[in-house]
Write a protein that binds this ligand. Structure first.
Ligand code: CA
Ligand code: CA
Length: 459
C-alpha cells in the first residue's frame, strides 16, 4: 500500500518590527575656530515580540559635528545649524496567496518618508522579506545612504520578465565623478551589464558642455576610451549610452571631472616620480620641490582599524572607498607615515630621495606663498574667501581626515598634511587648509589616531 504523505505547509514565523524615527537638531552660535563636540544618545527603535515591547537599538555617537558656517551680519561671528537624522527602518511583509496568478501581494507594515518600494515584478510564489534603509544626514547633506536586507526568503514558482530588458545604467566611472586635478591625458572607463547578458556597444559623449552633446566614439565594445590633449584647469563632462542587440539602450548619468590647473612648473630634472605603481608629478615652489599629488601607497584597511608596524604600508581611503584614494590619495596615521621613526625629516613612506616635510619646511612653503592658503588649493576647492587659486601649483584637494574613532570627516571642507616634526611625545605638527578661509595653519595633532594626507618634499 502506498503511504499518503501529509501536505508540506510553510508557515513563516514573523516578528513584526515597528520602529521610530528620531530627529535631532541643534542650533547655536560659535566663534570661528572653536571646536564643537557632541554626544548623541538616541533610541531609534522598538520591537514587539510575543506581545512584549522592547527597545531594539540605542545609538551613541560622540565626535565633532560638521558645520555649515556663514558670517553673521556683524562680521565677527559665525552661526551654524545642525541636523542629525538617525536610522529609518523599513520593515515590509511580502507574501503571495498560494494559488493565484499575478504579482506578489505586498502588505506594507510600515512606511516612512515616502520611501519607494522596489518595482513589483510578476512573480508567482510566496516569501517574506524585510530590510532597513539607513540615511545619515548632517546639515542636510547625506553622508551615508544604504540599505540592508535582513532576510529575503522567496519561493518563486514562476517569475516573468516581459521581453528583453535594457542594459543596466553605466556606472563606476573613472575618473570618479566630480574628481579634480586630473591629468590632460587619461582613460575614461565604466562598468555596464545586461539582464540577458546581451553583447553591448557604447556611444561616448564628451566635452565642456553640460550635458555633453559631442559624440566622440560610437558603437565601441570596450568599456574604456582614451582622451588626450585636454586643457588644464578645465571641467569636462561625459556620459555613456549603452546599447544591447535588441534595440534597447540606457544612458549613464552625466559625469564630470576637472583637469589640473597646471600652475607652477615641474622641478628641473625631475618632472615626475614613479613610485610603487603610480606616477606623481612634481612642482617647484620657491626653493622647494614638492610632489604635486598626495601619496597613495599601500594596502587599504578599513577606518575602524589602526595601522601597525608590520612591514606593510597601510592606508585609509575616505569612507573606505578606493575611488577616494585615487582622487585624494591615502590617509595615514603619523607613525605609519613616518614608518615608526620619530626623526624629523624622515623618509617615512615617501619615495627614495624624498621625505615627510618638517615643520620648518611647511613654514617656508607658507612664507613663499605669502601665507595665502588659497594659493595652495586647487581651483574649484573651497568657496568665497577660501576659494583655491592654485597659483603655486601645490594643487591641494580638500581630502578630509580619519578621526581617532575611525570615522571620516570633512571631505570637501578641509585637508591636513602630516609633518615629520613632533610637537611633544604624543603630538606632531601638521599643516591644515580650510574651505572657507585662506589661512595656512600648522598645528600639533595627537598622532595616535588621526589619519591625514601625506605630501612629500624632495631632499
Ligand atoms: Ca538586453
Ligand atoms: Ca604598516
Amino acid at each position: 500500500m502506498i503511504p499518503v504523505l501529509p501536505p508540506i505547509v510553510f508557515i513563516p514565523s514573523l516578528d513584526i518590527v515597528a520602529l521610530i524615527e528620531a530627529d535631532f537638531a541643534v542650533e547655536r552660535n560659535i566663534n570661528l575656530g572653536s571646536y564643537f563636540l557632541s554626544e548623541f544618545n538616541t533610541t531609534i527603535g522598538a520591537e514587539i515580540k510575543n506581545g512584549v515591547w522592547t527597545t531594539t537599538k540605542t545609538s551613541t555617537h560622540t565626535g565633532d559635528a560638521d558645520f555649515s558656517m556663514s558670517p553673521d551680519d556683524s562680521g565677527d561671528g559665525f552661526s551654524f545649524s545642525g541636523e542629525a537624522r538617525f536610522v529609518l527602518l523599513k520593515p515590509k511583509l511580502n507574501f503571495k496567496i498560494n494559488g493565484l496568478i499575478g504579482p506578489n501581494l505586498f502588505v506594507k507594515g510600515f512606511e516612512y518618508n515616502k520611501i519607494m518600494f522596489p518595482p513589483l515584478r510578476a512573480e508567482l510564489g510566496f516569501g517574506v522579506s524585510a530590510g532597513a534603509e539607513f540615511k545619515f544626514k548632517i546639515f542636510r547633506k547625506t553622508i551615508a545612504d544604504f540599505s540592508v536586507d535582513f532576510f529575503d526568503y522567496r519561493w518563486p514558482f514562476f517569475v516573468s520578465t516581459f521581453g528583453n530588458l535594457a542594459p543596466s545604467k553605466p556606472s563606476n566611472p573613472s575618473p570618479s565623478d566630480n574628481s579634480n586635478n586630473q591629468p590632460t591625458s587619461l582613460t575614461l572607463s565604466w562598468h555596464c551589464s545586461d539582464p540577458e547578458n546581451d553583447s553591448l556597444t557604447y556611444d561616448v559623449y564628451f566635452g565642456t558642455d553640460n550635458p555633453p552633446t559631442t559624440m566622440v566614439s560610437s558603437d565601441q565594445t570596450d568599456t574604456s576610451l582614451v582622451r588626450n590633449g585636454l586643457t588644464n584647469g578645465t571641467q569636462y563632462f561625459w556620459k555613456v549610452l549603452a546599447k544591447d542587440n535588441h534595440s534597447n539602450s540606457t544612458v549613464s548619468p552625466v559625469w564630470r571631472f576637472t583637469t589640473s590647473s597646471g600652475s607652477g612648473s615641474s622641478c628641473v630634472g625631475t618632472p615626475n616620480v614613479s613610485y610603487l605603481g603610480k606616477t606623481y608629478n612634481t612642482v617647484q615652489i620657491g626653493s622647494q620641490c614638492w610632489l604635486r599629488e598626495n601619496l597613495d601607497v599601500g594596502t587599504r584597511i578599513d577606518g575602524n582599524q589602526n595601522q601597525t608596524d608590520n612591514s606593510t604600508i597601510e592606508k585609509y581611503c575616505y569612507n573606505n572607498d578606493p575611488n577616494n584614494c585615487n582622487t585624494y590619495g591615502g590617509l595615514y596615521q603619523w607613525n605609519e607615515a613616518m614608518q615608526y621613526s620619530t626623526t624629523e625629516g624622515a623618509r617615512g613612506i615617501c619615495p627614495s630621495g624624498w621625505h615627510i616635510p618638517t615643520y620648518a619646511e611647511f613654514q617656508t612653503l607658507s612664507a613663499t606663498v605669502g601665507g595665502d592658503g588659497n594659493a595652495l588649493k586647487e581651483i574649484g576647492q573651497g568657496i568665497g574667501g577660501g576659494a583655491g587659486t592654485n597659483t603655486s601649483g601645490f594643487s591641494a584637494l580638500l581630502s578630509g581626515y580619519r578621526d581617532n574613532g575611525g570615522t571620516f570627516y570633512h571631505l570637501g571642507y578641509g585637508t591636513t598634511f602630516w609633518s615629520s616634526t613632533e610637537y611633544d611625545p604624543d603630538y606632531a605638527f601638521a599643516m591644515h587648509l580650510y574651505y572657507s578661509d585662506r589661512t595656512i595653519g600648522v598645528y600639533g595633532y595627537a598622532y595616535g589616531g588621526y589619519g591625514f594626507s601625506v605630501r612629500c618634499v624632495k631632499d
